[in-house]
Design a protein around this ligand. Structure first.
Ligand code: GUN
Length: 336
């Protein structure tokens, strides 16, 4: 049996339709939410990601500001840019694309972003609010995964959820969101003993390790929902031939382009899982959708009465509120 494919592009389009409604209400109140994207240097992958984020702003009618300091910029100079963006009234959201060059103190930069403009949800204030189960701006990829689960009607409450990977950007916030949604959560990492057996206990697997095709079908309980966060570019012909031996059209595309995008899950997982996010077209589109959602939400919270008089309560909607920005109902009542 082949898994139900969870179409991230279709879910993103649903979220955009909901956001468009809010953005036009804000527009009627004279407010155009603005996102500032800071891309240091010329890392090609980062450039591609940031260009997609700017394109999404344009598509939705959000204002965008693209700041591109040179790779050699110092921490102090970058801090000055962040300070200026914090002070600007037309900037509601600030994202500093990671990773930053090695001479930059990344922690200092992330902590310098005004928490009310921290649309990436990386600031310790927002991370702390997430831990405490208080509404906050939540990291976009984990928030997007919760949207996929909710909108695909995959039950989370009471489920065994296993998150593979413990990064600050995905693994840790992901585990907290699942916990707040009343899943029983296990976080696996490089020191986990018997990784396949641990992951096999999962009703929901979130793979976020950054290693191509590492989660193989023997890790997966038949029927489990498998969410693949990985986006790895494979350029080795031997690796591509091995990973995609059952997917001739992918191999054809690899031979034509010399590279292929591979998730953290082996594509053969589709034969064992009950539901599966493809790469590309699964989690990726949701990361950007949640960035847009966070920007609209930040604008509504920052700009006060005019922005909240748009008919949609900020704490309840912003497209993804249940399970993403806000902690889902029932969480506060859960005692342990
Ligand atoms: N680098 C990889 N993922 C992300 C993300 O979600 N936000 C930012 N700012 N940088 C990233």
């Amino acid at each position: 049996m082949s898994a139900r494919i969870l179409n991230g592009n279709a879910i993103r389009d649903q979220i955009y339709a909901e956001l468009e409604h809010q953005i036009s209400s804000l527009g009627a109140a004279g407010i155009r939410p603005g996102l500032a994207a800071v891309l240091v240097g010329d890392n090609p992958a980062s450039k591609l990601y940031v260009n997609s984020k700017i394109a999404a702003c344009r598509k939705l009618g959000l204002e965008s500001f693209f700041i591109t300091p040179p790779a050699a910029i110092s921490t102090e100079e970058l801090l000055r840019i962040i300070k200026e963006l914090n002070e600007r009234g037309d900037v509601d959201g600030i994202l500093v694309q990671m990773p930053l060059p090695p001479q930059i103190d990344s922690k200092k930069i992330l902590e310098a972003v005004d928490p009310s403009k921290d649309v990436d949800g990386f600031h310790p204030v927002n991370v702390g609010k997430l831990v405490a189960g208080r509404p906050s701006l939540v990291a976009c990829t984990p928030a997007g995964v919760m949207e996929i689960l909710r909108r695909s009607e995959i039950p989370v409450e009471g489920a065994n959820a296993v998150v593979v990977g413990r990064s600050d950007i995905v693994g840790k916030p992901m585990a907290l969101l699942l916990l707040h949604a009343n899943a029983t959560v296990t976080i696996c990492h490089s020191k986990t003993r018997d990784l396949p057996a641990t992951v096999r206990r999962a009703d929901i697997v979130v793979a976020a390790i950054g290693r191509p095709a590492m989660v193989t079908p023997d890790f997966i309980q038949p029927g489990a929902a498998v969410i693949d966060v990985g986006q790895n570019v494979v350029t080795s012909a031997a690796a591509a031939e091995n990973i995609f031996r059952n997917f001739p059209e992918k191999l054809e595309s690899f031979r034509a382009k010399g590279s292929v995008l591979v998730g953290d899950c082996h594509p053969d997982v589709v034969q064992t899982a009950g539901a599966f996010t493809p790469v590309p077209g699964g989690v990726g589109p949701l990361t950007i959708a949640m960035l847009m959602s966070n920007t609209v939400r930040a604008a509504r919270l920052r700009r006060g009465a005019a922005a909240t008089a748009t008919g949609v309560p900020v704490h309840e909607t912003a497209s993804a509120s249940r399970g993403a920005h806000a902690v889902p109902s029932g969480t506060q009542a859960a005692k342990s």
